[in-house]
Design a binder for this molecule. Structure first.
Ligand SMILES: [Zn+2]
Length: 214
């Protein structure tokens, strides 16, 4: 059963393969002298129709891959891959990848957290964060991670607890011992950084008076 599953692009790919065979056949017949002029002419017309049908199928695939612009015209690779240095090649890569034969097994992705392989695993987007609990810039770049629903929800709930450090730090700064603890843990965190980053953070911390000149 798994091998028989056909996706939309798989069907279009099969249509193309059939059309290629028919075009080859029609081309041969249209050139065959012995069949007589009328038959050769008939085959030439068939060839023309088949080539047109093939172009329509290719255009459908292109529209499926690249979408349409606001006028309804199929997008061109250079518009779709607008940040890409080599849009035509990127398009050919996607075209080749998406039209390669595949089975239902290929639809499964592996969850990065629990390792389960399933069609339910999908690419989840985590927007980047800018947090500034100690008036020090910390930027988390956005991430796309392949996760199952359970692990996605788990990460979301973890993020939302991490996400309100400003509230906590306001609460904590009223409590001197806990501020001390935070500074200690921050200094030890900075000590573990690679040397080039460490120096930068030490300067920041000095600038804030968190640590004294040594
Ligand atoms: Zn998972």
């Amino acid at each position: 059963m798994t091998g028989k599953f056909k996706g939309y692009l798989n069907r279009l790919r099969e249509n193309l393969e059939t059309l290629d065979e028919q075009i080859e056949n029609a081309r041969r017949n249209s050139k065959a002298k012995k069949k007589g002029d009328t038959q050769a002419l008939q085959w030439a017309k068939t060839l023309r129709d088949l080539v047109e049908l093939r172009n329509v199928t290719l255009e459908k695939i292109k529209a499926h891959l690249l979408g349409r612009d606001e006028t309804g015209a199929v997008m061109e690779p250079r518009d779709y891959y607008d940040c890409d240095d080599n849009p035509e090649i990127s398009f050919e890569r996607d075209f080749d990848r998406l039209l390669s034969p595949w089975t239902r097994k290929d639809l499964k992705l592996k969850c990065k957290d629990c390792g389960v392989s399933s069609e339910q695993v999908s690419v989840r987007h985590f927007p980047g964060k800018y947090k500034d609990p100690y008036h020090i810039e910390e930027i988390t770049p956005p991430k796309n991670i392949e996760l199952c629903q359970k692990c996605y929800e788990k990460r979301l709930s973890q993020e939302s607890t991490d996400q309100n450090p400003s509230q906590d730090s306001v609460k904590d700064s009223a409590n001197p011992s806990s501020l001390d603890e935070q500074i200690t843990s921050m200094v030890s965190m900075v000590q573990e950084l690679p040397p080039d980053q460490r120096q930068e953070w030490i300067q920041k911390l000095k600038g804030l008076g968190v640590i004294r000149e040594t």
